[in-house]
Write a protein that binds this ligand. Structure first.
Ligand code: SOE
Length: 380
């Protein structure tokens, strides 16, 4: 019988739903030594927290995260709140000896993130940050191909994350659902929210980024603030593009915007190596495009690998070969890996420290856009 692991989830929004689904599904599909128990859900709005708890099956609610963190019956604290609250909750949870699973990005900036890493490493608690796209089977397969040396020396890394949901000037900033437009709650705009995903994947697949040169733009300069009712300056980056150099000598090109009409969550990356290239697209997330220069020249071409066979990463745990899975499964996989690592006493990647490296790149990108010059990424 798997041992119970009592979860206290802070934040009852979109991410709270994705993580809860992960906890609920994991033991149905993965043989792991722990079983997440949905002990408590925490949200400041009591009726909303109650409705969330009832829907997802949490046994109790809290309206103050400090009470949740102090509870003896909570083993792991899951942070799904706006970015400006991550540090306080994580540090208190670490001090209370709780395991911590924190939504991305880790922190508002590198300095704050460093303090969080110090706190959790001092406490010695298990920790991970939810950069979920690593665990799309096709992305994990890309990692496998690179580690096997199939691409050879890597020359180029290209990534985009394009959305279009903030184009209307009538959209307010701040408050539930729209805190991502409020720099005081989010820290940054697309850099911390979307490029952070691209950077995390890139660091994992292609190693450290050393220097960056970026530009950002805020297209809508003022928006009404939901909480104050006043029209206030918009301080987030609506769009960001940057060039970079990786430690392995390859060149990177990254772009993110919430103003690409027609694109809802188009995360794509392409990697060009000496022997082969790979491409991935979140809108077609179960496929990995692969071009191998070593193939017979007459039939050589881009292969579209349907990553749904039992030999593919994570897939033997799901249905039968050929039947694909989706976005929500990336979170189930992260829970499964966290529980398996816990049983073996191993860290679960990305740890807080690994997520700090993403934060260091985000900071260098924003600094570069600010000063208009190349910036060196602080090594973490
Ligand atoms: C923003 O719209 C968002 O929900 C991000 O916050 C998530 O991290 C990303 O996976 C999808 O888009």
């Amino acid at each position: 019988m798997p041992k119970p692991l009592n979860i206290g989830l802070v934040g009852c929004g979109f991410m709270g739903r994705t993580h809860s689904n992960g906890y609920k599904r994991v033991n149905d599909f993965f043989d792991v030594e722990y079983r997440p128990v949905l002990k408590a859900a925490c949200g400041r709005n009591e009726p909303a927290a109650r409705a969330f708890a009832d829907r997802w099956g949490y046994q109790s609610i809290e309206t103050d995260w400090r009470k949740l963190v102090a509870r003896d019956d909570i083993d792991a604290v899951d942070i799904c709140t706006p970015n400006n609250t991550h540090a306080a909750i994580a540090s208190a949870a670490a001090e209370a000896g709780k395991m911590i699973l924190c939504e991305k990005p880790l922190s508002m900036d590198l300095v704050e993130g460093q303090k969080m890493v110090d706190a959790i490493e001092k406490a010695g608690v298990a920790n991970t940050v939810w950069y979920n796209y690593r665990r799309a089977p096709a992305v994990t397969l890309a990692k496998q191909f690179i580690d096997e040396g199939r691409l050879g020396r890597i020359f180029h890394y290209r990534a985009n994350f394009l959305q279009d949901w903030t184009i209307s000037a009538e959209l307010p900033q701040g408050g539930a659902g729209l805190w991502r437009l409020d720099a005081a709650a989010a820290g940054s705009g697309v850099t911390g929210d979307l490029l952070a995903h691209c950077i995390d994947t890139a660091l994992w697949l292609n190693g450290p980024i050393t220097t960056v040169s970026a530009m950002t733009e805020t297209f809508i300069k003022e928006r009404k603030h939901t909480q104050t009712g006043q029209v206030e300056p918009v301080k987030i980056d609506d769009a960001c593009a940057f060039l970079c150099r990786f430690g392995n000598g390859s060149l990177g090109l990254f772009e993110s915007t919430r103003y690409a009409r027609g694109h809802k969550a188009l995360y794509t990356f392409e990697i060009n190596g000496e022997n082969a290239s790979i491409k991935w697209d979140l809108h077609d997330l179960h496929r990995l495009q692969f071009f191998d220069h070593g193939d017979d020249p007459i039939t050589r071409g881009w292969r579209s690998i349907h990553v749904s066979d039992g030999d593919h990463p994570y897939m033997k745990h799901w249905w039968v070969p050929g039947l694909q899975i989706g976005y929500e499964h990336t979170f189930v996989h992260q829970v499964a890996d966290f529980l398996a690592d816990l049983a073996e006493g191993k860290p679960t990647s990305p740890t807080f420290r690994e997520a700090l490296a993403t934060q260091a790149v985000c900071d260098a990108v924003l600094d570069s856009a600010d000063v208009g010059r190349w910036q060196t990424v602080v090594p973490v």
